[in-house]
Design a protein around this ligand. Structure first.
Ligand code: HPA
Ligand code: ZN
Length: 327
């Protein structure tokens, strides 16, 4: 009975949240009206009813449609501010937010509009809520590496506003090595490096994210469970995995939360963390993820709750003094 209260109350960091995936249907409709954007759904209810996904791509199609209402700096601010209020309520004290600039620049929204709106919300989250945060720019892997280079160049005038780069969107058929050169450039620039790997893609994609891209965290990574050798490597190196339990069930990576491999990852000594991914689409924010996971998996108790919170700070990109203060 005390476990749900502990899960909710414990301070935690969120390291895998696509800020465009925090757009709730109500805010999508409000922004559509404010901006005069037509939506292919008649109502909030009709939109929410479309959130029945069979795999990653079926989600991405709706996720990119939802993001089409974002046009002005204030829109990006409002989206991120709504997320920070939810994060605060879940006792998230630090959040590293992914954003997908190519989704917006493709609609002729300037890079400055995207980054300035998000960065202003991040500053207000610290000042008004005491939540620290950072931005991570993601390249869309279904697009070309040349387009990723163009995106990096467009973002570099705003270098002080983001700490690193990631790789998201359709995984299958778009292996990490497709982005070897642009990640090498980002590494030279001193950016932090992460990549989605082993969500739907095979364990080999996790290996190439490590060996070719030189990432410092793996986003998802749950398919590492299929390779004993890879599991040993991830455990020995304390390479963090940003696991997203509700996402994995909604996108049918697992048939049911009871089948989730988080307990096995922790038992093997991996630095696994719990995160929300796209909370407006997958059924909840951080505490909903913790509650659903611990409710379905009796192997998880207070010791694992503590480990997951400690892992979230260990895996974060904050400096060591901040990590000490939190753990
Ligand atoms: N996987 C890949 N791309 C994404 C995701 C995800 O879970 N969420 C938003 N973009
Ligand atoms: Zn993700």
């Amino acid at each position: 009975a005390a476990l749900p209260a502990l899960l909710c109350a414990m301070p935690k960091a969120e390291l895998h949240i696509h800020i465009e995936g925090s757009l709730e249907p109500e805010l999508i409709f409000a922004l559509a009206q404010r901006n005069g954007v037509a939506l292919p759904y008649a109502s909030v209810e009709a939109l929410r009813a479309a959130y029945a996904f069979t795999d990653l791509q079926s989600f991405l199609d709706i996720y990119y449609a939802g993001a089409s209402v974002l046009l002005h700096e204030q829109d990006f601010y409002d989206m991120a501010w709504a997320y920070f209020e939810r994060a605060k309520a879940d006792n998230v004290v630090h959040a590293e937010l992914f954003f997908d600039p190519q989704t917006h620049t493709a609609r002729n929204v300037p890079m400055a509009t995207v980054i300035h709106g998000l960065a202003r919300a991040c500053a207000d989250a610290q000042a008004k809520l005491g939540v620290s945060s950072a931005l991570i720019l993601c390249f869309l892997r279904h697009l070309s590496e040349a387009e990723a280079f163009d995106t990096l160049e467009a973002a570099l005038p705003f270098r002080e506003h983001f700490i690193g780069v990631g790789l998201d969107s359709s995984e299958r058929g778009h292996p990490p090595e497709k982005f070897a050169r642009v990640f090498a450039k980002c590494r030279e620039l001193g950016l932090k490096l992460v990549a989605h790997a082993g969500e739907e893609g095979p364990p080999a994609y996790i290996e190439s994210a490590l060996d070719v891209l030189h990432v410092q965290r793996i986003d998802h990574g749950v398919r590492s469970i299929e390779s004993a050798e890879l599991m040993h490597r991830l455990a020995a190196s304390r390479m963090p995995l940003t696991v997203c339990p509700l996402s994995n069930v909604k996108l049918c990576v697992y048939g049911d939360m009871a089948e989730h491999q988080l307990p096995a990852l922790l038992a093997a000594g991996l630095c696994a963390t719990v995160n929300s991914d796209d909370p407006a689409y997958f059924g909840g924010y951080m505490n909903a993820n913790f509650l659903a996971t611990f409710n379905a998996l009796p192997q998880l108790g207070a010791a694992e709750a503590y480990t997951l919170a400690a892992n979230s700070f260990e895996a974060s990109f904050v400096d060591d003094a901040m990590k000490k203060a939190w753990t």
